[in-house]
Design a protein around this ligand. Sequence first.
Ligand SMILES: Nc1ncnc2c1ncn2[C@@H]1O[C@H](COP(=O)(O)OP(=O)(O)O)[C@@H](O)[C@H]1O
Ligand SMILES: [Mg+2]
Length: 238
Amino acid sequence: MNKTVIECNGIAAGYVKGLNILQGVDLIVDEKEIVSIIGPNGAGKSTLLKAIMGIINISGGRFFINGVEKTNTPTHQIVSEGVGYVPQVENVFPSLTIEENLEIGSWSVKGNIKQTISKLYDDFPMLKERHKDKAGNLSGGQRQILALARALVTSPSILLLDEPSAGLSPVAIKEVFEIVKEINSRGVAILLVEQNATRALNFSDRGYVLDQGRNAYQGKGQELLDDPRVIDLYLGKL
Ligand SMILES: Nc1ncnc2c1ncn2[C@@H]1O[C@H](COP(=O)(O)OP(=O)(O)O)[C@@H](O)[C@H]1O
Ligand SMILES: [Mg+2]
């Protein structure tokens, strides 16, 4: 049986004291899994990732990494426990070079940073080619690849991705998803928030549907795709 990497148990969280956006969310990601979170705009998908990362306060429930409780742990400690995060917006520094972006991503990493970055350049030749260029000069797809590479600098065992395909061309979306698949095939679990529910569920082992800060449905990707309730409410006409 696979080990559980992260577990959310009845998580409540929000941005204002006394006003919870998440109203008790349960979620598990096992080693090497690809799990997606889908649901309407404003359902709390990004909020859940921020609660996991210790960016916002968890006001109820418990959060675990590798079976150890980490509720309300500072973000840098969550990262050093092996959780990587690519936020939905502002996930690279446009005024810095590609290399500087990777160096900043690695500030907390012990060991040889140059060597770590050089390995990333082997995996992402585009970043090597453009390493002196400002991140702001990259295309949308290239920026997402840089953001993924930045998150890989800390050698995470799980990556949290918040809408990595948003605003990208179909070709760039395909490339980003192929890279995510490749990262997963090297043993990194993926927790993916995705606006395109059909694409997300086809890509994932399992999925969670969030609605108004609560778990609505969950199951294997294909089961959710075939579930008439999920289709009616969240997938539209297929
Ligand atoms: N920084 C913030 N401050 C206050 N409320 C926020 C903030 N970010 C999001 N919200 C609110 O939290 C709810 C969930 O937002 P979010 O988690 O971003 O939804 P999703 O990612 O599912 O579209 C929304 O009602 C949104 O308006
Ligand atoms: Mg969001």
